[in-house]
Design a protein around this ligand. Sequence first.
Ligand code: GDP
Ligand code: ZN
Length: 461
Amino acid sequence: MLPRHHQPIVAIATAAGRGAVGIVRASGRDLQPLIAGVCGRALGPRHATYLPFLDAQGQAIDRGLAIHFPAPNSYTGEDVLELQAHGGPVVLQLLLARCLELGRDIGLRLAEPGEFTERAYLNDKLDLAQAEAVSDLIDASTEAAARSASRSLSGAFSSEVETLREQVVRLRMLVEATLDFPEEEIDFLRQADAQGQLDAINAQLASVLDHARQGALLREGIRVVLAGQPNVGKSSLLNALAGAELAIVTPIPGTTRDKVSQTIQIEGVPLHVIDTAGLRELGAAGDEVERIGIARSWDAIGQADAVLFLHDLTRVGEPAYDADDAAIAQRLSPLAPRVVHVFNKSDLRAAPEGDGDGDGVAISAQTGHGLDTLRHTLLRLAGWHAQPEGVYIARARHVDALQRTREHLAMAHAQLQLAQPALDLLAEELRLGHNALAEITGAFTPDDLLGEIFSRFCIGK
Ligand code: GDP
Ligand code: ZN
């Protein structure tokens, strides 16, 4: 049997359900038997031919367009056949079954998720960061995320990483050459300005890391939790931010009993906003359901990137209300850098004069007053400072690899600063930094990581 990566594969490439057009796609080293059987004729390369797709009796299953992309000029780098039929689930299943039947002799099987793109990667059509961008483009939840995924797919991110990698390789070669001439090694490195080269690399790395962080933010967004006592306006704020009647707003305290979450976007950055059950001390009045709701709220708060702690301006000053707010504030204090105090219902009562250090935002969820300020506060807290136009999409995996590169290069830098650098340690740090960089584009990536990355794709891509 052929190794897995050489077996011909086939899948329905379009989304499940009904559509005007549906596509069955196959990829393999030689798809001639398939083409002859389904199309009943030869196909010109990369030419759309309208014809009947034939079943075993020579009857038409459907009529549509067939396109043959001979290797290597295809998405996967192998022979690819695309059959564009009518997009009904039964038609496409019949076509798929017909392909599998015809391909039995060449070992044709169903494709696994992401397997077409995995082949594109294995055949050097895309590097790993570009392959990931394919999936990120499909999954993009905002326009900014889609545009930046498209930028990564075109290689903008990869080429920055590649430039860095080449510079590190050059420095490595220099350092490793000196290892053979221990007498003059230090002078040699000084003359070649190894220090200057490393400084330039580090400056460049800092900029790529910053871009990647912004890109990861666009892809992954941040988790925002709305917290506060019952009836302060959490659900109203979620609705105002989302611009839709999503959470249940009611004047009875304690009606938002469970988490409601909604993804909104601010300047293209996705924010996953979770509305929580009102936090309050439960006396005899509270029931079990509310207790569970409150426990879940605290769980959500613990995992949030940002917490909006809402206060009701009309109740500030009431002893019982203030005491409960103080208790919540106390419990939130370890998370202080991630907490924003939001004073709601400013339409009913003005916010007290602040002390000017800007640690609270006055809003009205009802009139929309202050919401722009709140949005910008959230973006700042998320660490967003870019214009979406310049950003390419990135993943936490990329940010992590760049950070490890930075650590190794910082160690290399520290060695070079010494009067007597240990050149073997210097060489080793550069090697490790180089490997971490290479993980991004896939030049050096463990197999299990590859499997993990591609398994998250949809089938047929
Ligand atoms: P939650 O329990 O914290 O989710 O509070 P809700 O969003 O359910 O709001 C409780 C009550 O306060 C409702 O009657 C809302 O209409 C009202 N409310 C919320 N925000 C405002 C606001 O900014 N101004 C005014 N006047 N009323 C508000
Ligand atoms: Zn609510």
